[in-house]
Design a binder for this molecule. Structure first.
Ligand SMILES: O=C(O)C(=O)C[C@H](O)[C@@H](O)CO
Length: 266
């Protein structure tokens, strides 16, 4: 049985835009529901949703095999958590709050087996090898893992060129909400100075030959980011979709106008 190919990583390498959705309801059932909605990727959020490793793995299983590629964002760039989630079968990880090249270098080593990294060998116990049924997993794992790092601070912006140049970093995801906060614009990811920083970041990532990622809840921003060159982009979240759709249904039935919703600062 051959090791599974990372179709998301292949799409990025072939410059095929990938449209995504954030999954933060912390429910394998809800994850399976949106897995049928046609997105290229779904981001299972371990940073801001109440997810532990078993729950992240359960949502991964609920999505895998459907039409969307499951990406797991861990709460922190921890080599032990990376080892566990990769053994669970996850092929693409997003790591938040990456501020310098040494941190990025250690994250590359965490997703790779020796001699190129420090990932512990034990996938025979996990879904990654279909519980030891995939005989060539160890030989192919490094090539099929996709490592995405989040640039979401002024320090991260300064380190983009060095981080993007690292072999093993497949893409950089600019986090508008946290970047805005670090720049002094908490709750205002659409601030002009944040947009200027995103434009600069995207150009530097492109020059390094790496994929540019981002997310937004604002449709106009989504079109803008796509025009600016986003290669993979999330345009909503399951949580906010559920809030808006459930509220709208009630108000429409009652014939009441909905409240002007303040744009979420994410
Ligand atoms: O900083 C950001 O923006 C992100 O990293 C995305 C948000 O964390 C995500 O929770 C969407 O609300």
């Amino acid at each position: 049985m051959p090791a599974p190919k990372n179709t998301f990583k292949a799409a990025l390498r072939e410059n095929r835009f990938q449209l995504g959705l954030w999954v933060a309801l912390a429910s394998p059932y809800a994850a399976e529901v949106v897995a049928g909605s046609g997105y290229d990727w779904l981001l299972i959020d371990g940073e801001h949703a109440p997810n532990d490793l078993p729950m992240l793995a359960a949502q991964y299983r609920a999505i895998a095999g459907g039409g969307s590629h499951p990406i797991v964002r861990l709460p922190v760039g921890d080599a032990v958590m990376i080892k566990q989630i990769l053994d669970a079968g996850v092929q693409t990880v997003l790591i938040p709050m990456v501020d310098d090249v040494e941190q990025a270098r250690q994250l590359v080593r965490a997703v790779r087996y020796p001699p190129h990294g420090i990932r512990g060998v034990g996938a025979a116990l996990g879904r990654a090898t279909n519980f030891s049924r995939i005989g060539d997993y160890l030989e192919n794992a490094n090539d099929e893992i996709c490592l995405l790092l989040q640039i979401e601070s002024r320090a991260g912006l300064e380190a983009i060129d060095a981080i993007a140049a690292l072999d093993g970093v497949d893409g950089l995801f600019v986090g508008p909400a946290d970047l805005a906060a670090d720049m002094g614009y908490l709750g205002n990811p659409g601030h002009p100075e944040v947009r200027t920083a995103i434009i600069d970041a995207f150009e530097r990532i492109r020059q390094a030959g790496k994929a540019r990622g981002i997310m937004t809840l604002d449709p106009a921003q989504a079109r803008d980011y796509r025009d600016l060159g986003a290669d993979f982009m999330a345009i909503g979240t399951d949580v906010t979709l559920l809030v808006s759709a459930s509220e709208r249904l009630r108000l429409e039935f009652l014939g009441e106008a909905g409240p002007a919703r303040r744009e979420a600062g994410y």
